[in-house]
Design a protein around this ligand. Structure first.
Ligand SMILES: Cc1cc2nc3c(=O)[nH]c(=O)nc-3n(C[C@H](O)[C@H](O)[C@H](O)COP(=O)(O)O)c2cc1C
Length: 156
């Protein structure tokens, strides 16, 4: 299996989640490629992956960061195999706005997997939550071959 983990992280929390996911997938013998949104030069060949793990933090009253929106636009279609994860902080608007960007991307991609939301950095109990979530994604993948082939609408 080939997996892409594409993520945006300013202060390192989402990146930490991304690397935990990487470790879990590699234990399961996935061939994993990391893509740091906004920094990597070569755009990944999206259709060549069995799974795309897309990670983002939430910003500015529940917003999706611009770099993530640009990345989505550059993909240009909605792959059917996107699993969304992210980091947030309930101090910025409570449960209502917590990891709202994750919810927005799940809706946008019509992802068949619930988004993974982590409060700040993924240590202790939250690490187990990541493990369980990855398990769920890998065991509940139905038909990941059918493409939705829909032009992107930007999830504001
Ligand atoms: C200006 C600002 C606005 C934020 N707004 C939200 C928000 O609306 N919802 C949320 O869950 N987290 C919000 N956060 C918290 C970040 O998403 C959180 O710190 C996250 O862990 C950062 O991820 P990173 O370390 O990968 O950059 C905000 C943080 C800042 C600095």
């Amino acid at each position: 299996m080939r997996s892409l983990i594409a993520y945006l992280s300013y202060s390192g929390n989402t990146e930490e989640i991304a690397f935990i996911i990487k470790r879990i997938l590699e234990r399961k013998k996935h061939d994993v490629e990391m893509y740091e949104i906004g920094y990597n030069y070569h755009f990944p060949n999206i259709s060549s992956y069995d799974y795309i793990f897309l990670g983002t933090f939430t910003w500015d009253l529940g917003s999706t960061p611009d770099e993530v929106k640009d990345f989505i636009l550059e993909i240009g279609y909605k792959p059917p195999n996107v699993a969304v994860f992210g980091s947030g902080d309930t101090q910025f608007g409570g449960d209502e706005l917590f990891c709202r960007a994750v919810d927005k991307l799940v809706t946008f991609y019509e992802s068949k997997w619930e988004g993974l939301k982590i409060e700040q950095c993924p240590r202790g109990e939250q690490e187990k939550k990541i493990e369980k979530w990855v398990e769920r994604v890998l065991t509940d993948d139905e038909d990941i071959t059918k493409s939705k082939n829909v032009r992107a609408e930007i999830p504001y």
